[in-house]
Design a protein around this ligand. Structure first.
Ligand code: HEC
Ligand code: HEC
Ligand code: HEC
Ligand code: HEC
Length: 493
């Protein structure tokens, strides 16, 4: 499979013809760059539940444009699992999720996606739906892309054998560098890598949600990468022509990676400290400023060209986390904004049409009754609750005009899809925000016949993490959070 020196030198010679190089590139600049996105899982952007949340397709687009502005040929590849976030969608969420998938596809087209390998999450609404999005897909698992005289091979496969066969085909068609999109998780990709025949293998599907939290690169004979999911990071691969019979992952890149990893760790720590709910505003502002500074320092370091060994054939990889302080590209942002605007109207119309309301709890039946039913007997608890953010949970969504988004409403009202709770997005009266029963449980029976046995104390972390989960409240710590919701009249003397 290895090509001879001669072939390599011929290709290098072809490269030096001035056809596609309008300007001389700066020393160290790559001859071509590949940008990879993976596992978008239906995310146009983060929910904004926590501060400094990464991600967003419009941010990805801006980073990609920045790379393109450097001047070398740039390829953009997606490894799949982009259109939907879950294998099953409840019936009433189908219109919203399909609309989101279409917006994502439109964004990828606007970003001039070169090719992608669809995964199971792209087919949640059927292969026809996927194909209607007209995204460029790997046919038969192999494609050779050519830009500015550089030939890039993209292959997919679920085993070393499959990848190797396709990589060989790509090389026969002149590919100088072959990236493999492994249809599985990192753990499964690692043993397949050495015999995969590719130069870099990307594991396209995180094993589980936890695994999808981190970007990882394993150096080896064939390096293997996995990206942070939900559109929070991209992978940048810079490529240099040169002599040798196989492109090498440059050693200089390893030092850069270590420096970036150290910065990433500091950023992660500072992010957690900034999100502490008990923090004084001045201190919060200071930390926020420092965080943004570190994020931009990291971005600057990641985009500096590497000191590359002269004349060597090789590549370097860098993750590009999409920090909330980074710019968004206007064109793609317009696609996202249109989705946000229209999906609320769509859901509202659907809610009116289906007119599904929650059943009202019958006599002696447990169900939600709303805060008003607690007021008479627990007046003293109310001022504390009213002063908490929970009381304004729905207003928060109204402010960003997402009160009719099915992706949002569940945790920002009381008793979503439960007896006596909220089943129609536009019928939230008396259940707005995170009410008493969000923590104390449905209170119909207790309100009729109050005892301590028929109402929950609410003091267990597990009642919180239903909403304060890894994604929406990444730095949740019960002890730090619970003190914020208690006070004189509510759980305190
Ligand atoms: C799984 C539950 C859950 C879902 C779904 C959810 N949120 Fe949240 N949201 C939370 C929690 C919990 C917090 C508080 C997080 C914290 O401070 O640690 C929050 C906080 C917020 C805040 C910040 C409020 C403030 O006072 O600063 C905004 C804005 C927000 N959410 C918007 C949204 C939007 C928009 C969506 C849908 C795209 C959404 N949320 C979906 C649970 C959720
Ligand atoms: C008719 C009056 C009444 C209403 C209405 C009422 N409660 Fe109570 N609640 C009580 C009394 C009385 C106790 C104390 C019972 C005891 O100590 O035996 C109590 C206790 C509680 C406790 C403490 C439980 C414990 O284990 O210490 C919580 C929490 C609570 N109520 C929440 C609520 C919520 C939430 C609502 C509204 C859904 C509500 N209550 C409605 C009278 C009421
Ligand atoms: C039904 C979902 C839900 C449950 C259950 C819930 N929360 Fe929340 N929590 C939220 C949402 C949504 C917000 C953001 C509200 C806003 O600002 O709009 C929030 C915000 C908070 C905040 C403010 C955070 C900040 O950044 O200032 C604290 C503190 C908090 N919750 C503590 C708790 C604790 C402790 C529990 C469990 C005892 C709990 N929550 C249970 C949804 C929930
Ligand atoms: C975010 C979760 C949460 C919400 C929302 C909440 N509580 Fe509580 N509540 C708690 C926790 C935690 C305690 C403390 C339990 C303990 O440590 O014993 C508590 C304690 C109580 C108690 C018993 C202690 C006391 O001070 O009498 C009552 C009664 C009560 N809550 C009523 C209410 C009412 C009424 C509301 C709505 C206005 C409400 N709670 C909203 C979590 C919550």
């Amino acid at each position: 499979m290895r090509r001879s020196w001669v072939a390599a030198l011929v290709l290098v010679a072809c490269q030096t013809t001035p056809v596609a190089k309008p300007e001389p590139k700066p020393a160290g600049a790559p001859d071509a760059t590949l940008v990879i996105s993976a596992e978008l899982r239906g995310y146009l952007g983060p929910c904004g539940c926590s501060e400094n949340m990464r991600g967003g397709i419009a941010r990805a687009a801006a980073q990609l444009s920045k790379v393109r502005s450097e001047g070398q040929p740039v390829f953009f590849v997606d490894s799949g699992e982009a259109l939907f976030g879950a294998a099953r969608i409840p019936d009433d969420a189908v219109p919203q999720q399909e609309k989101k998938a279409k917006a994502l596809a439109a964004a990828l087209v606007a970003m001039k996606l070169d090719v992608r390998q669809p995964g199971p999450l792209d087919d949640v609404r059927g292969t026809d739906f996927r194909k209607q999005q007209a995204l460029p897909e790997l046919e038969g698992g192999v494609r050779v892309l050519e830009r500015g005289g550089f030939k890039l091979g993209v292959v997919s496969g679920a085993s070393a054998g499959e990848l190797a066969e396709r990589a060989a085909r790509a090389r026969r068609d002149g590919a100088r560098f072959v990236v493999g999109l492994f249809e599985g998780a990192l753990d499964a990709a690692i043993p397949q890598a050495p015999k995969s025949g590719v130069d870099l293998l990307v594991a396209a599907r995180a094993k589980d949600e936890v695994a999808g939290e981190q970007s990882r690169l394993l150096r080896g004979e064939v390096p293997v990468a996995q990206l942070q999911s939900k559109g929070r990071s991209m992978l940048r691969v810079d490529l240099w022509h040169g002599a040798g019979d196989r492109p090498q992952l440059f050693a200089g890149a390893a030092d850069r990676e270590r420096a970036l990893a150290a910065l990433d760790e500091r950023i992660e720590m500072l992010r957690a400290q900034t999100n502490d709910p008990g923090l004084a505003p001045e201190l919060k502002a200071l930390r926020q400023e420092k965080l943004v500074e570190l994020e931009s320092r990291r971005a600057a370091q990641a985009s500096e060209p590497l000191e590359t060994p002269q004349g060597q054939w090789g590549f370097a990889t860098r993750f590009l986390p999409l920090e909330s302080s980074f710019p968004e590209e206007a064109g793609v942002k317009a696609i996202v904004d249109a989705y946000d605007r229209e999906v609320g109207e769509l859901n509202l119309a659907l809610a009116k049409k289906t007119n599904k309301e929650c059943p009202v709890p019958g006599k002696n039946q447990q169900g939600f009754v709303g805060n008003a039913a607690c007021l008479d007997c627990h007046k003293e608890a109310f001022p504390v609750w009213q002063a908490s953010k929970h009381a304004h949970g729905l207003e928060t969504l109204v402010k960003v005009n997402k009160q009719y988004h099915l992706d949002c409403i569940g945790c920002h009202v009381t008793g979503w899809q439960a007896v006596g709770g909220v089943c129609r997005i536009d019928k939230t009266a008396g259940r707005e925000g995170v009410g008493c029963e969000s923590c104390h449980g449905p209170g119909a029976v207790h309100a009729e016949d109050p005892t301590v046995k028929n109402i929950a104390k609410g003091n267990e972390p597990k009642v919180c993490v239903g909403c304060h989960d890894r994604e929406n409240s990444p730095h949740f710590e019960y002890e730090k959070y619970v003190v914020q919701i208690l006070g004189k009249g509510h759980g305190r003397e």
